[in-house]
Structure formats: C-alpha cells, structure tokens
Design a binder for this molecule. Sequence first.
Ligand code: NAP
Length: 244
Amino acid sequence: MNKNVLIIGGTSDIGFAIASEFAHIGFDITLLGRERDALKVNANDLSIRHNINANYYFLDILDLSSIDEFLNNYKQVPDGVIYSIGYLGDQAKAQNEFDEAKKIVDINFTNSMKILNHFANQFEQKQSGFIIGISSVAGDRGRQSNYIYGSAKAAFSTYLSGLRNRLSGKNVQVITVKPGFVRTKMTAGLPLPEKLTSTPKMVAKDVIKGWKKHKDIIYTKSIWRWIMLAIKIVPEKIFKKTNI
Ligand SMILES: NC(=O)c1ccc[n+]([C@@H]2O[C@H](COP(=O)([O-])OP(=O)(O)OC[C@H]3O[C@@H](n4cnc5c(N)ncnc54)[C@H](OP(=O)(O)O)[C@@H]3O)[C@@H](O)[C@H]2O)c1
C-alpha cells in the first residue's frame, strides 16, 4: 500500500503544488477543503497524472463541526499532514471590524489546532509521521500593512515550533514553511517584485527538498531568510518609524 498524505487546503495553489510533488514520488493523496467541485478536479488530476489514489473530503475550517465530522469519518492514520489553508484578509477592515480580525486569526491559526492537535497525538502514539505547516515571513515581525495576518502566522509558527520540540524525540518531523511572496489566488492583483516572488511549484520543490533533508524551517525563496534576519535586527526605535 502507498503512503498517504493529507492536504488540509486541497484547493490552495501552494497546497496542490505540494500534493503534486508527493504524488510524483508515489504517495496517495487526500485533499480537504470547502469547494467540492474544485477538490474533485484536483483529485482526478493527481490520480490520472501520477497513477496514485486521490480522494477528497469536505472541511470548512471556520465550521468546527465540519472538522469533527471529517475526523469521525476518516478512519485511517495518514503518514503526513500538510496545513496550507490561509486567509490574507483585509488589514484596514480588520482594524475596524473585530469579526474580520477574528476570521484572519481563526483561519490561519486558532482552528488549525483543532485538526493538527488530533494528528500530532496520533503521530506521537505511533512514533512516526510528519506535519508541514505553511506559515509566512509575515509572522517574523509585525508591520503596519498586515500585522493581523502577521500575528496569526507568528502564532502558527510558534505553535509548530512547540510541536517540533514536543515530538522531536518521537520520530515525528514538524516543518515550518515560511514563503515570501508567491503568485497564487491569494496574491492575485497585488504588485509583487519579480525577483522576490516564487511560483507554487518552486515552493513545493523547496518543501520536498527540505522534507527529504529533515529541515525544521524552510524559507522560500531562500533569500527571505536573510531579508527577514535583516528586518528582525532593526532596533524597534527605528523600525516603528519605517513603512516597509
Ligand atoms: N501567496 C503568498 O504570497 C503566500 C505567502 C506566504 C504564505 N502563504 C500561505 O500559503 C498558504 C497557501 O496559500 P496560497 O498562496 O496557496 O493561496 P490560495 O490558493 O488562495 O489558498 C488558500 C487556501 O485556503 C483555503 N481556505 C480559506 N478559508 C477557508 C475555510 N474557511 N475553510 C477551508 N479552506 C479555506 C482556500 O480554500 P477555497 O479554495 O475554498 O477558497 C484555499 O484552499 C496559506 O497559508 C497562505 O497564508 C501564501
């Protein structure tokens, strides 16, 4: 039987590109998401192109009962889980409307724990498995343009760091992926600097490479590690007056 990876966010451009890389090396794929038609198209594409088994389940991360329903119906223990659901949201709106701020944090962080805790416990018990979380460089330092999304990603990165620490002695690999700019549905229409911007396929290739090499944190493009290091060491006195 093939190994199986669960993609939480099976219609995400980055999630689907990562699914394709795992399918390419013979993993069966389970896609989760809220758009059944799009999930079906993606699952068919994966199974035909890579000659593997691919299926899908409904899950709306904002609807906690749909997470329970999925967990009740999904009887197998996967070999790996990838969280690639995300919501950029509207920073200006979130500053004025708490519902928008809460939605950003719930999708990117709070509700991810309901499903990831479940698989972390299973992997801990069976002493194998991997969890890959798609976080963001936006979580490395709060900036005025997107600090609500950024704070959700910071919390998500910290959560993954804690999981990694907890599970490192249990043969469970936990990887935090921090993309910079990536051309996807999420960034459609935004002016992105060409040299610093990846495609979902480039991100997926970096993820597979990092997974094989047992990396803990993956910046993609890799130059973002150095950009964020530079941004993080700017003293707060200066940083608070900038608009980067
Ligand atoms: N693109 C970038 O520049 C960039 C940079 C850094 C990090 N990231 C992160 O990368 C991850 C993947 O994003 P992407 O760039 O591939 O964008 P994307 O194609 O827009 O993917 C976002 C995914 O989140 C799903 N989603 C949103 N709300 C949901 C909900 N309530 N329930 C279930 N699924 C929901 C979307 O589902 P639907 O298809 O149903 O809408 C979609 O599958 C995200 O975590 C994002 O924050 C992206």
